[in-house]
Write a protein that binds this ligand. Sequence first.
Ligand SMILES: Cc1cc2nc3c(=O)[nH]c(=O)nc-3n(C[C@H](O)[C@H](O)[C@H](O)COP(=O)(O)OP(=O)(O)OC[C@H]3O[C@@H](n4cnc5c(N)ncnc54)[C@H](O)[C@@H]3O)c2cc1C
Length: 610
Amino acid sequence: MDGKYHLMQTNSSVFLGDKFYNREHLNFILFDVLKAERVTAYEYFSDHDKETVQLYLDATDQFAKEYLFPHVVEMDRVQPELVDGRIRVHRAHKDIMRISGENGWISILASKEVNGMQMPSVFSTAASFILGAANYSGCVFPGLTMGAAHLIETFADKKYHAIYLPKMFAGEWQGTMALTEPNAGSSLSDIVSSAEKQAYGTYKIVGQKIFISCGDSDAVENVVHLLLARIKGAPTGTKGISMFIVPRERINENGALEYNDVTSIGVYHKMGYKGAPIAHLSFGENNDCKAWLVGEENKGLTYMFQMMNEARISVGLHATSIASAAYYASLKYANERLQGRPITEKNPELPQVPIITHADVKRMLLFQKTFIDGALCLELQCSYFADMERVTEGDEKEKYNLLLELLTPVAKSYPAEMSNFSTSTALQIFGGYGFTKDFIAEQYYRETRIHAIHEGTTAIHGLDLLGRKVMMKNGKAVMYLTQEVMQAIAKAKQHENSKEQAENLEKQLAKLQELSMHLMQVAQQKGVEAYLSDATLYLELFGILVLAWQWIKMANTCNENESMDKHFKESKFLCFNYFFEYELPKVQGMFTRLKSTNHITVGIDSSLID
Ligand SMILES: Cc1cc2nc3c(=O)[nH]c(=O)nc-3n(C[C@H](O)[C@H](O)[C@H](O)COP(=O)(O)OP(=O)(O)OC[C@H]3O[C@@H](n4cnc5c(N)ncnc54)[C@H](O)[C@@H]3O)c2cc1C
């Protein structure tokens, strides 16, 4: 490997946290709050139980500590580079992919039919949280491969399973999602990459894709793109987009790999999450790029969206992971850094105190902690709903599907946005040192910024939530969510230490319903543009209420468990109280704004913003 890697700053010369996540808190959410092991009672997941899941999480923890965390700083210092037509990445990615393959982690969610392990996704989401907290750039290579393989398994003809899945599951071939084009980012209906049908059922692809995560790298033998393109003559817009398997190297008649005319024409230099490459790719420069159709023609976006729901949960989750790592670094620092004296103490002869004893530093730590635990609970709750959707039938299946559909834009975007504040708060705890590269906080701050952008920007998810999901099936999804929240509220009202908070959330929930009715009237009277003009703000408000629901559930769990460790319980109630005292009140301003009939961003001359 290139000698320059050895000159780089290593983890050991940068201030890091003692840990990057807390297993006890993760277990509490998984097994006490969600009782997620209940899904293993269903036939499909019956190979697993709480014990095997714990072993899987133990192994993930060990892998994260040995193979991911040790490279977190170094991967930030050396960006991937395009060298002689291939993107060169950090040497550790090869091992990460190999071990992920050997241990069956890339196939953990896949069905037994394709030699997968049929693990409930709630547990693989928990494992992914650990990996993302250890080193986000390191964990995306296997994570993306898992997602792309899942697309092939679910939608592609079975004849393609044998060609691609074993290699991808082994970590030898990378998987990608290739959607974005220079003129089609948020607006995927404008995709212009073209596909032309050939005599033997294959297609020829011509086009360019940009920002493709892990789109090329020397860590793997081959890259398999799940690419969206328009078949010649297909309808315009989203109804004319098809999905294709496009390998970088295709298999020829002799079974050998041959170049498939996929060119890496550039690698972007990012502000954070630098260890993973995002590539600018050109397909068919020599008119020789072969592709294989996934499923039916013109259904590509529908397939991609089903899979993107998983990817979106994963984005919200990893925003939370990075915030977790930043939190533990700031917690360690807050305990070690001596500065100032208690506000009540004027005597300069007395020794300085650790900054964690100052009220504002406690506030900053509690802000991070309540966000991280609340968001983690939300992401795991969503994955649990996804598992329940898989194993149930009829009305029950529909209920879980609708809950998941409604919560996905929130689970993606609210933690993504909040992680920016959370990591910034971690950095603030370091004072001036936080602004230097010798302390990890600035890296986490840069690293998490991507999450509000990729897999659809926050604006796009706001539009999805208010424009589609809230009204879906005449508001049935919202009705199911309200039922879930009201059940938790009813339990919390039975305990003195959570009654007031439960009543408060009940009031806010009623105000949300009132607000939604008000917005429907805006839609009727002023049109769709006014209705959706503050959709991003609506999503933020929704996010705070959904996190309040997570905290009510956590408080209920503590109240129901008399044998719970006293310190653990007190620490949970501290966060619970913090959330209801500091975070929930923020919705008041949002309600005021969202109920205003003064839509100042609608219908104004854009040139006035000068
Ligand atoms: C690190 C990284 C990794 C990525 N990985 C992948 C990948 O693996 N595969 C892939 O296909 N793509 C990937 N992307 C692309 C990513 O999904 C897009 O960048 C994203 O969807 C936004 O598209 P855009 O950059 O074209 O921005 P634009 O769509 O041009 O948006 C610019 C701004 O305008 C706003 N905006 C746009 N349209 C609207 C609207 N209708 N209403 C309100 N506001 C609007 C947006 O919210 C945003 O603030 C990646 C990008 C990055 C940076």
